[in-house]
Design a protein around this ligand. Structure first.
Ligand code: NI
Length: 176
């Protein structure tokens, strides 16, 4: 296994449409293992093949707390979506930044696993957000195109969270 270099916003590969996977090969298996390792190493919850410079319709996602439940989605397609959620979103290709994005609250997707067996995956909240975000990468789209307002740095975000926490504490004290 090896870490791959993550391409950043502005790299032309991130604006291209990735191609369908027709059959699993040792090279693609290696790519998938490397993508998982690269995602975990960067503390990400998802990574799409174009982000490591490979124009293949392959995505890895792991939204579990222990980061030990990797999902592999090959040639994924969203077949159902409903509801709405607005929240913070970031991307390993846009390091140190976040923005508010509205996504479906619930999605159902079909995809193939590493053995090219078709399966269906259902996601709510963070998983729904991750599936939409990663699938956009396969069509050359980035979340920054969908951001409401502007991008915030992680420092700004931390300061805002701290402020919100302090306000909530003050409110709790006043009620006590
Ligand atoms: Ni991303």
């Amino acid at each position: 296994m090896a870490l791959r270099i993550i391409r950043e916003l502005g790299d032309p590969v991130l604006g291209k449409r990735a191609k369908e996977v027709r059959e699993m090969t040792p090279k693609l298996r290696q790519l998938i293992e490397d993508m998982k390792e690269t995602m975990y190493d960067s503390d990400g919850v998802g990574l799409a093949a174009p982000q490591v410079g490979m124009l293949k319709r392959i995505v890895v996602i792991d939204v579990s707390a222990e980061q030990d439940q990797p999902l592999v989605l090959i040639n994924p397609e969203i077949i159902e979506k409903d509801g709405e959620q607005t929240g913070w979103e970031g991307c390993l290709s846009v390091p140190g930044k976040s923005g508010q994005v509205t996504r479906p609250k619930h999605v159902v997707a079909k995809a193939y696993n590493e053995n090219m067996e078709e399966y269906t995956i259902e996601g709510e909240d963070l998983l729904a957000r991750a599936i939409c975000h990663e699938l956009d990468h396969l069509d050359g789209h980035m979340y920054v195109e969908l951001v409401e307002g502007r991008l915030y740095t992680n420092e700004e975000l931390d300061a805002m969270m701290a402020e919100e926490e302090a306000a909530a504490e003050k409110e709790a004290e006043e009620k006590a």
